[in-house]
Design a protein around this ligand. Structure first.
Ligand SMILES: CC(C)=CCC/C(C)=C/CC/C(C)=C/COP(=O)(O)OP(=O)(O)O
Length: 289
């Protein structure tokens, strides 16, 4: 474990390659990769051309990287004091100053990349990124911690739609589904760490609900997103839409029942419903604008 002093300079023995690895580890690589891949796939199915898809992917990637690095840099002192595992700033692989520089560098790239997709597209994406920075710097420990997730995840498909030829406004249902998925993602992100967070005094919205309340609520926004994605677009939902909605509902109920005994069952069920949502989002991708 590093001391705060070691960690602000990246640890005395951290090699160049080690620091790059530390930076990669402190950007929250899983969510960064998942969100970037999903939005790139949505851009393809929505009908963006190849060059625009690359721009969309680059803007989303830099936005997500900036948010992930800002989060670890801002939390570094608390994480170091708590000796938190799995954080490169804690074990001294990379310094806090370097993580801050990476966060600002990614943000500086994200601004022109977002506006290169169009004025409205850029404004909407950067609103989502600003909301996510507000989460990192302030809202995470308040009852409003869900709001930046709702805004950020609503902004992402809107950014893709506004990046299409003619800059069309996004359909209401894809923005609503994005917001609901964001709230679900927040509950799902907090739930595994909720006991540790409560011990260190973090009091976001899921923490105020308590571990049982957060676990019970977790599938609600995710199934609501399934319903919006299946039933929202104009025209009949089709057999696949109805089948996906039924699967999401059944898996959520099973997760809630089994989750009383095995906490992991609730989490696994939520992940399964989120997978259904992602499939529905991509199936509906052609009509998001
Ligand atoms: C458009 C856009 C940018 C959308 C993203 C929306 C958003 C609010 C993302 C936050 C992601 C993040 C770094 C969570 C870490 O939370 P944590 O501090 O609870 O997790 P940790 O303690 O494990 O690092």
């Amino acid at each position: 474990m590093g001391t705060p002093e070691q960690s602000t300079v990246g640890g005395p023995a951290a090699s160049w390659a080690g620091r790059v690895g530390g930076l990669a580890g402190s950007c929250h690589p899983g969510p960064v990769a998942a969100v970037t891949a999903l939005m790139t796939a949505l851009a393809v199915t929505a009908g963006q051309g190849a060059a625009r898809c690359v721009l969309t992917a680059a803007a989303v990637l830099t936005g997500q990287l900036s948010v992930g690095w800002c989060n670890d840099a801002y939390d570094a002192r608390r994480d170091i004091t708590a000796g938190r595992r799995g954080k490169p700033v804690v074990d001294g692989t990379v310094g806090v100053t370097e993580v801050w520089m990476a966060a600002y560098g990614a943000l500086a790239l994200c601004v022109p990349l977002s506006f290169a997709c169009g004025l409205w597209a850029g404004a909407v994406h950067l609103t989502g990124v600003a909301a996510a920075w507000a989460y990192d710097l302030w809202l995470k420990a308040t009852a409003w911690s869900w709001a930046p997730y709702a805004v950020g995840f609503a902004a992402l498909p809107a950014f893709v739609a506004l990046g299409l030829p003619g800059q069309p406004w996004p359909a209401w249902w894809v923005v609503t589904a994005g917001a609901l998925l964001g709230v679900g993602a927040h509950l799902g992100d907090v739930l595994p760490d909720i006991h540790g967070d409560l011990a260190t005094g973090v009091r976001g919205w899921p923490h105020r609900l308590g571990p049982d309340g957060a676990r019970l609520l977790l599938p609600v926004p995710l199934v609501a997103a399934s319903a919006v994605l299946a039933l929202g677009p104009a025209g009949p939902p089709g057999r696949w839409g109805i089948a996906a909605l039924a699967v999401a509902g059944l898996v959520a109920v099973a997760g809630t029942v089994l989750g009383r005994r095995w906490e992991r069952a609730a989490f696994a069920a939520a992940v399964a419903v989120a997978v259904v949502d992602v499939a529905l989002l991509l199936l509906r991708g052609t009509g998001i604008a």
